[in-house]
Design a binder for this molecule. Structure first.
Ligand code: ADP
Length: 352
């Protein structure tokens, strides 16, 4: 009997220690039973979520947190976007939320204050946007003067002048791409309009031919015959980035296929090439800014290293995703996969 009492005492003391330890954590923790009711919460849950223990014992968490961005998160947690939300207790606080299942259908709700990281991220974004903006005007002036100088008039420095023009154009392109990325990063939503795919695909084919200058065989396959709901300007920019990459990373004589087709999930725009290809270890990092498999090849072909980051942002803003397949020496396929909800029948009314 005494041994039992001693064991119970030890267990109770261990439980107290665990609760004390959890109370000291900066993250909000709410222990929920199988019905989603509060079993226990730590002091941070009061500060960050407004859930106070023992006052709120038995309260249904999803009902208590039904409003604002946290409420929205609760409704959509099955498709965890990983985005942070505003704290219900303080609009200046950003929270990263997680629901962790444990035991018999119980759950642990965790909310972490990420305001500091969000602010740093904002400072980084503003800095990049401001630097790019400030560089734009002086670069335009330099580029303008360089364009005025005719290398024929100054044969002694003609090669230097040509190189200066190429490099100033490159700098301008980097600044334009950085500005485009900043703009995309600041947006949560893009305009939603009918993007007529047939003329857009035709434009992309012509762009490919202009870039290729007859060095590749270019084919367009439109098997979907569907329009898209989205932003024409941004989709054009993303799609043509893929076309330009295919042209730049495929040697003379290769083939490039621009394809728009239906798939079970919806529809897929893809650009396939028979170019250099990319080995497996690089694939997951290709959409990072300035990530290049080969810097010299990228620069040599006029790349800024920002193209695929732009594509990824545009694709994300259309709730779509990218699919990349590649094999060194064989070629690559870069695809953008759109959900059925974004497809529109050509020629039909908007509300069809
Ligand atoms: P860049 O301006 O350098 O082309 P991107 O962001 O468009 O920048 O692409 C990142 C890198 O991915 C490129 O530097 C290149 O190494 C690789 N890449 C992109 N598209 C292709 C392709 N079609 N074939 C082979 N490599 C590619």
């Amino acid at each position: 009997m005494n041994a039992d009492r001693a064991r119970a005492g030890r267990l109770a003391s261990q439980l107290r220690d665990l609760r004390t330890a959890a109370s000291l954590l900066p993250d909000a923790l709410v222990l929920m039973d199988a019905q989603g009711r509060v079993r226990w919460s730590n002091p941070a849950a009061e500060a960050l979520l407004g859930i106070e223990w023992p006052r709120d014992r038995g309260v249904v968490v999803a009902e208590r947190l039904a409003h604002g961005e946290v409420g929205q998160w609760f409704k959509q947690q099955s498709e965890d976007s990983g985005e942070d939300v505003t704290a219900p207790t303080d609009p200046a606080v950003r929270l990263q939320m997680a629901l962790i299942p444990f035991g018999d259908r119980q759950q642990l709700l965790r909310a972490r204050d990420v305001s500091h990281m969000t602010r740093l991220e904002q400072v980084r974004r503003d800095f990049v946007a401001n630097v790019s903006h400030e560089l734009r005007t002086p670069l335009t002036v330099i580029h303008g003067y360089l364009e005025l100088l005719d290398p024929e008039d100054v044969p002694a420095v003609a090669p230097v002048l040509r190189e200066m023009r190429v490099q100033s154009q490159r700098m301008r392109q980097i600044v334009e791409d950085l500005l485009a990325l900043s703009r995309l990063e600041m947006q949560h939503k893009l305009p939603e309009e009918r993007v007529e795919m047939a003329p857009l695909l035709d434009t992309l084919r012509r762009e490919a031919e202009a870039l290729s200058q007859g060095r590749h065989r270019i084919t367009l396959e439109d098997a979907a015959h569907m329009d898209l709901l989205g932003s024409l300007k941004d989709l054009h920019s993303a799609f043509s980035n893929l076309v330009s990459n295919a042209v730049r990373y495929t040697t003379e004589g290769g083939s490039i296929t621009i394809r728009w087709r239906l798939i079970p999930e919806g529809a897929e725009y893809s650009v396939s090439d028979t170019g250099y290809g990319i080995s497996e270890e690089h694939l997951s990092r290709l959409t990072e800014r300035f990530y290049r498999v080969s810097s010299s090849r990228s620069r040599g072909t006029g790349g800024t290293g920002l193209g695929l980051s732009i594509v990824k942002h545009v694709v994300n803003l259309h709730e779509a995703h990218m699919r990349i397949e590649s094999e060194p020496g064989k070629g690559s396929t870069f695809a953008c996969v759109f959900d059925t909800a974004r497809l529109l029948t050509p020629g039909a009314g908007e509300d069809e």
